[in-house]
Unconditional design. Structure first.
Length: 736
């Protein structure tokens, strides 16, 4: 097997500047590099307009090695700030570079994402994480990462992998080797082509690892395509309980941790060849490379030659996976195995793209799928029967028939009860909640879920109200019933009683999943929906937000808004309860310690200064922002109370999570005749890209946020998984 320097393609400085300028414009308009239909549509539009010189540098891999290094991208090291303690803490510190990578990926194919990895991000943050030093994932830092095919467990893994070097002060390298440069005789190839061992999801795919859909299928390590051998290999996640022999069936047991010398078979010859002879290339110059190559195990057209790559390890290796718009070849068509170096250090501004016949020692990345990038983020389906990218986010499973990893045990006689205290201690990030809620909306928009109109019961004097909501989440195959009852609406808040429950049923097995208090679920999904509304409907470059009310929704509103609109600079709060005001400040500082909120007393003046107004006050509030107080382009989101009906009736555009539900729960916003203006767009369709949340920068948009039960189901199922992972809950023999 030969070694050598990776082929380098040098971007012209003018082209690099054009990419950065375009990314900055997109970021200013979108407010974040987190995937959204608006951002991805802008990326696709802008990528199509990039000059021919850029497109030429991103042409298919044209050497026998199967990858190239693209140099010349600009990375501002001081602008990135300190290396974060984990991917979730990175936020948008490298947002401009993230969008540059999406532009590059879109020229080469269709970026894809995994819902279960890094919250569905298209560009992954690969950083060393405290407490995870010995893991065989991008979070590890003290062990040499085993050579592996990227996402080898999944039949729908990407065709191309992009690795971008942000920092590499210790000059740590990533190695890769092409199976087509390994000397194997016919017997070796025949043995390695047998489907003898399975490959499991790695530790970065929690949901997939918990999937209980039967034993994983055995897969061949080698597969021959029209253009040569391809490789599918990940020893760290292969349960090698039996050792294959060159001339017969598997024999004696062999631990995956045993030294290679103890298994002198073709498996080890291929492994050692790929591991010990690596590329000598290392990026360390100020204008480092972007390396691009087909990923191992992916389908690559004959014109794309997968090969070995030796690329640096990033502070955050920004990674994007891509599928080229080409006719697919068989599933197991990669030639690349990856041997991942220790992510102890940061990378330079280099980007590498590698392909299917090599193994590399680099970080995990985001995939790209077939065809041009459309307006909605796409995810890899989890089952072998659905190999194409879908229009909604589906958890990545280990190649089994179902798209949903089922890790929640159940039986037909008992019901698991999850109490308020069971759920209270579960850790879940704002980004995770936002991604879960967004996925529920997308599935509904795609026609995969059912969300019937809620039923309401209220006595004539209005002292109480009860709701019942039935729904089905098509991405999880879960049916659920939610109930909500509030008593004492004619009394002060301290004298009121409120109870809400959610009961989940697995619509595949027909068994109950859990019954739980839905209080925390509802309290989180509502501000997540408001934050998504703000992301999609706020004016371009929104910099100020006003929250009205200091109850639960007021307390949670600002952290969620900053999750989807990190560019917000001025945060205002209008409220009158000292304890509530203190709680809002405490919640904000717990998640954004460098941010504070400005308490305002003049509601009219504050509304006139706000790009985004979120009204969460209770029914007894006297606050009521009028339409005439709002600045041109302002977005007003109604969650509870605090907006006058004029903000709805005089809006230039009306968006509602559900028009039918608005007419049930928003009667206080109707005109004197009990009528509502027409809704211009329902929010699930806005997220799916089939409706418009904002037409112009100056139009005033009114958004009505009423909870849809499909979002409760999605988030409730997520909480049930987290709770059961920790052994929480009580089984009640309800049907015994």
């Amino acid at each position: 097997m030969t070694t050598g320097a990776a082929p380098v393609r040098q971007l012209d400085p003018a082209d690099a500047e054009e990419l950065r300028r375009t990314a900055e414009e997109i970021l200013a308009a979108a407010g974040t590099s987190a995937a959204s239909p608006y951002l991805l549509a802008r990326v696709a539009e802008s990528a199509a307009a990039l000059p021919a010189t850029v497109r030429h540098q991103l042409r298919p891999v044209d050497t026998d090695d199967g990858l190239f290094v693209l140099r010349g991208l600009h990375v501002d090291d001081p602008e990135l700030g300190p290396t974060p303690a984990g991917w979730a803490a990175a936020g948008d510190s490298g947002a401009v570079h993230d969008i540059v990578l999406l532009l590059l990926a879109t020229v080469m194919g269709n970026p894809i994402a995994w819902e279960g990895q890094q919250g569905g991000r298209f560009v992954h943050n690969i950083v060393p994480a405290p407490g995870r030093e010995t893991e065989q994932t991008g979070a590890g830092s003290t062990v040499l990462l085993s050579p592996h095919t990227e996402d080898a467990f999944h039949p729908g893994r990407a065709h191309l992998l992009m690795l971008s070097c942000m920092r590499n002060r210790d000059r740590i390298a990533t190695t890769a080797a092409s199976i087509r440069n390994v000397r194997l005789d016919a017997a070796d190839i025949e043995l390695l082509s047998r489907p003898l061992l399975p490959i499991l999801p790695d530790d970065a795919y929690t949901e997939a690892r918990n999937f209980d859909g039967g034993p994983p299928p055995a897969v061949p390590t080698l597969h021959r395509t029209d253009d040569g051998l391809t490789l599918r290999f990940d020893p760290a996640y292969t349960p090698w309980t039996t050792r294959p022999t060159p001339n017969g069936p598997p024999t004696d047991a062999w631990s995956a941790n045993s030294p290679a010398s103890r298994a002198p078979c073709a498996w080890n010859r291929a492994r050692c060849s790929s591991w010990t002879t690596t590329w000598s290339y290392m990026a360390g110059c100020p204008s480092g490379p972007v390396t691009t190559a087909p990923t191992a195990g992916s389908s690559v057209p004959p014109s794309v030659s997968p090969r070995a790559v030796h690329a640096p390890w990033p502070r955050r290796r920004s990674a994007v996976t891509v599928r080229p718009p080409s006719k697919p070849t068989p599933d197991d068509s990669p030639h690349r195995m990856t041997a991942r170096s220790s992510p102890r250090t940061d990378m330079t501004d280099s980007t590498a793209a590698a392909g299917p016949r090599s193994t590399s020692a680099g970080p995990r990345s985001v995939p790209t799928g077939p065809g041009p990038l459309s307006g909605d983020p796409r995810s890899i389906p989890a089952g072998p029967d659905s190999p194409s990218a879908g229009s909604r986010s589906i958890p990545a499973g280990p190649g089994f028939p179902s798209a949903d990893p089922r890790s929640i045990p159940a039986d037909h006689r008992t019901l698991r009860i999850l109490t308020t205290s069971d759920l209270a201690g579960l850790g879940i990030t704002h980004a995770d909640v936002v991604a879960t809620v967004e996925g529920a909306y997308r599935t509904l928009a795609a026609g995969g879920s059912d969300n019937p109109r809620k039923l309401t019961v209220q006595p004539a004097d209005g002292h109480s109200v009860a709701y019942a909501m039935l729904g089905r989440d098509g991405s999880r195959d879960v049916v659920a019933v939610k109930t909500s009852y509030k008593h004492g609406l004619d009394k002060d808040r301290g004298s009121q009683h409120y109870y809400t429950t959610l009961t989940l049923y697995d619509d595949v097995t027909g068994l109950p999943v859990a019954m739980m208090d839905c209080g925390r679920i509802g309290s989180l999904r509502t501000p997540a929906a408001s934050a998504l509304l703000a992301r999609e409907c706020a004016p371009p470059g929104a910099r100020s937000a006003l929250v009205i009310g200091t109850g639960t929704q007021g307390r949670l509103a600002l952290p969620f808004l900053l999750t989807t609109l990190p560019g917000l600079e001025r945060l205002m709060l209008y409220g009158s309860h000292p304890d509530g005001i203190a709680a809002v400040r405490e919640e904000l500082r717990a998640h954004f310690p460098d941010r504070d909120v400005e308490l305002v007393t003049g509601l009219r003046a504050a509304a006139a200064d706000a790009d985004v107004v979120v009204a969460t006050a209770g029914g007894h509030t006297t606050a009521a922002v009028e339409a005439g107080w709002l600045r041109p382009g302002a977005l007003s989101v109604l969650v509870g109370h605090g907006l006058a009906p004029s903000t709805l009736h005089r809006a230039d555009r009306v968006v509602a999570t559900s028009e039918a539900q608005m007419k049930v729960t928003g009667t206080d916003m109707a005109d004197a005749a009990g009528r509502f203006p027409a809704v211009d767009a329902e929010f699930p369709a806005v997220l799916a890209g089939t409706a418009t949340g904002r037409g112009t920068a100056r139009e005033r948009v009114f958004a009505y946020n009423s909870g849809l039960v499909v979002t409760d189901i999605a988030l409730g199922h997520r909480f049930a998984q987290l709770a059961l992972d920790q052994g929480l809950g009580t089984r009640v023999a309800l049907w015994q």
